[in-house]
Structure formats: C-alpha cells, structure tokens
Design a protein around this ligand. Sequence first.
Ligand code: BES
Ligand code: ZN
Ligand code: ZN
Length: 483
Amino acid sequence: MHTKIKISEDYIKQSSIVVVALLPKDIPAKYLSKAERDYIQSAFNDNDKRSFHFNKLTHQVFVELPKEKENPLHFHEALRVKAAGLAKQATDLGIESLYIAAPKLRKDALLAMAEGFALGTYSFNDLKTDKKPLVLQEVCLLSKKTETKDIEELNTLVEATLLARHWVNLPPNHLNAENFATYMQEAATSVGIKTEILNKKQIEALKMGGLLAVNQGSPTPPTFTVMTYKPKHHINTQPIVLVGKGVVYDTGGLNIKPGSYMNDMKSDMGGGAAVAAAIFAAAKAQLPLHIISIVPATDNRPGQNAYASGDVIRMYDGQTVEVINTDAEGRMLLADALAYAKKYKPQLVIDAATLTGAAMRAIGKWGIAAMQVKAEQALATLEAAGEQCSERLVCFPMWEEYGEEIKSKVADMKHLGGAEAGHITAAKFLEKFTDYPYIHLDIAGPAFSTSAFNYRGIGGTGVGVRLLFHFFKLWASSKQTVQ
Ligand code: BES
Ligand code: ZN
Ligand code: ZN
C-alpha cells in the first residue's frame, strides 16, 4: 500500500491542501484570508520566505513558493525533495488526504511534486510488532492539465519503486534466493509477465559455474529467474535484456567482510530488485517493448564448501576464471547471466549491480557509475532518462588498458584487477561475457541509504527502477536502433 495519486475536479472546503505558486500574487484567494496572503507577501518580500503552514483548526494549509531553476529538470527534483518534506509534515499531523493546487505550474512539475509525496511516505515497518499504518493515503491534484493516463503511469512507477525498496529491505533471514525468486514471480505474474525460475538442478545442468561457485558456501540453493514481457505490439524486433545482481546477502565469503562492512549487505540484490521491478512497471504500463529481465540469485557465505581464492572456475560459457577474492562475487554470477543473455540475440543488454566499493567511493550516493560497449547512443538515451528522474549517470571509460589488469597466469582471466578503478576493471571482466551492445550500471553508491535521504527514504532506494522506466519510454518513443 502506498500514497495514491489522484486527480480532482473540485476542492472540498475545509480539506488540507498544499498551494504551490511561483509568486505570492498567484496564490488563489479561496484558500487563505486576505491577512494571511498579505503576511505571505511581506515575509516573501522581506526575508525570501518560501514555505508557510497555516493551522486552520478544521484543516491545514501549506503554501510553497518554489524558486524556478534554469533547468526545468533540476526544478522538478527540487519539487520532489520539497514534497517529501511536506509528506513527512502531513504524516506527523495525521493528514490522510491532501489536495495540491498549483495553477501556474506546468504538468511535469506537478507530477514531480506528486511523485515526491508518494515516494516520500514509504517506510519499511513490516517486521515491527506494532506496525505503523500509512497515514497519508492520497494526494489529489487539482489540475485540468493532467490526464488519467499520466496518473496511472505515475502510480505504477511509484508502486514498482516501492516494491524494489521492499525487497531490498527484507533482511537475509526473510529473503533467500528461493523466496526472492518467488516474490519476483508473484509480482511479474500479476501483470502478465511470463516467469521461469531455474532451480539448483537446472543451474547445474546448464553448468553455470560462476553462480554455483558463489553458492557453494550457502546452506540454501541458488535460483536463476527469467521474466519475459512480450506484448503483442512491440516495436523492437530483438529484446532489451536486463540483468540484475541478486546476492541476497554478501558476507564476503571466505574473504569475510570485516567490522561494519557487512552491515547493509542485504542490499546486495538491489540490482536484481531494480530489473524485476522495472519490467513489472513496463508491463503494468503496457509499454510497447519486448523486455526480458534475468536475476541470478544466491547469498555469499563462508560455508564449509565455500569457493576460495585460487580456485579456477569454468563459467557457463566455457571460459575459465581464477578467483582472487571471494568478496568479488557479484561479477561471477553476472558473468553467467550475461553469457546466457546471448541466446536472445538482444538489441541491448543493461545490467544493474551493487558491484564495487570503487563506484561508491568515486561518486557516492549521488550517481550511478555507467559504462558501455557498442552502445554509445543507448547510453546517451539512458543518461537523458537519468536526468529526467534524477537517477543520474556518471560515465566511465572502458579503455583496453584496464583489461590488462585481469590477465591470469593460470586461467583465461582473473576476476579482479588491482586497487585502482575497481569499478572499471569489474566492467572489463563482465565485457568478456558479452557480444552485444552492452551497458553496465554499478549502483553500489545510491542503492541503499543508511540515513534519511529525502524522497529516497531510509534503506533500499529502489534506484534503477525509475531510470529504466524512463529509458524504456524514451527508447520506445524514438524507436531507436542501437548505435
Ligand atoms: N557488494 C559488494 C560491493 C558493495 C560495497 C556494494 C559497498 C554496496 C556497498 C561487492 O560484492 C564487494 O564486496 N566488492 C568489494 C570487492 C573487493 C573486496 C575485492 C569491493 O569492491 O570493495
Ligand atoms: Zn562482495
Ligand atoms: Zn556483493
């Protein structure tokens, strides 16, 4: 359950409302008295005050006078952040339904504000005995410019983002590879996506050496989930394939993570959650694209039989890999899934993974580290999508020289490079399992918030879901071919 976004024709008197205007003179007279509006005008003139709250006893009136920015996309992001703050205020005041009046705001800006409200009220308290129910049930947009279709799509995108957050927030004793697969299947099936979950026997039969190696230390079996959305009308002749890292818990394995480094490692399936939720959103919104999402899943633990550094693993595609550090496990299962994706002759493959500490150190929670092979134009479109929803990309090079780092003396390659540019050498490793236009997204930085972070909340952020959905829409509307 989440805060639903609705459109409303009329304002019902004495209902709580947020009035958004660019200047005090644009505030409609009907929501506030003359004295209140005069007060706003002078506080705005004298102190540049832009946020107001009037307790009218029967209801609450909030007034926001956001400063426009040169780039409208930056303005939209400021509105989302502002809305998340208001959502918290409204929740604290026990408001269940809130109108938004923004007569002078453009449609996209109003929708961004609504999005910030709906994403901002999420909190994970399923495992608390005293579950706090959702307070703010709905935000009603007083807008003639907004169409039902826009609202439906936005509610779908919010639902999908929160679904991904929910999965990320489930701790390892509530989410192993098997029930993660089942949850993804349930969501996918509910919107008509065909889902296949390969079990350990099938994974063994396919000789997915990378996924099986990581799973060796685990008491629970791995899964390999394939979700296929193929609407009757799809404009891409070859599918877009998404691959997501599904490490439900990363202890590091025998190279066990020291100290607090293990604390948030339930989030190590954030990429898997993102690609499963993104295909869910695409299907629910009936986008005209053929999409396949693949999630290899396991935990990474130092069990008796755990894989060890020095091991040489034969991967799904037959190449051999020397294991250097068992904590670099994500690339082992992603490599198998990327090689598996070849069978679909994909137009484009995008993977999302909480892959490296290097990506996190490079750009923090503010961006996604992106790299591409033969997919320059697709990456430009993805970057544009990232700007639209503020899940921004930082593009890194894939120069040949980085590949030198993963040469091995005993196997076809090793799975880990040196201390520098770890996110790039990881991508160079993954590249070896691809033969198609390929984009790699390292979401280690933004996938999880350890403290409150505006509309992204605490815990899983669902990053990647909105990015991929906006990408699908741009891709579908431009009918692009790769390159
Ligand atoms: N899951 C981690 C990467 C990670 C780190 C994600 C922090 C989110 C936040 C990955 O499997 C990992 O452990 N990477 C290590 C590998 C290294 C020790 C060889 C890294 O990049 O530090
Ligand atoms: Zn690891
Ligand atoms: Zn990991």
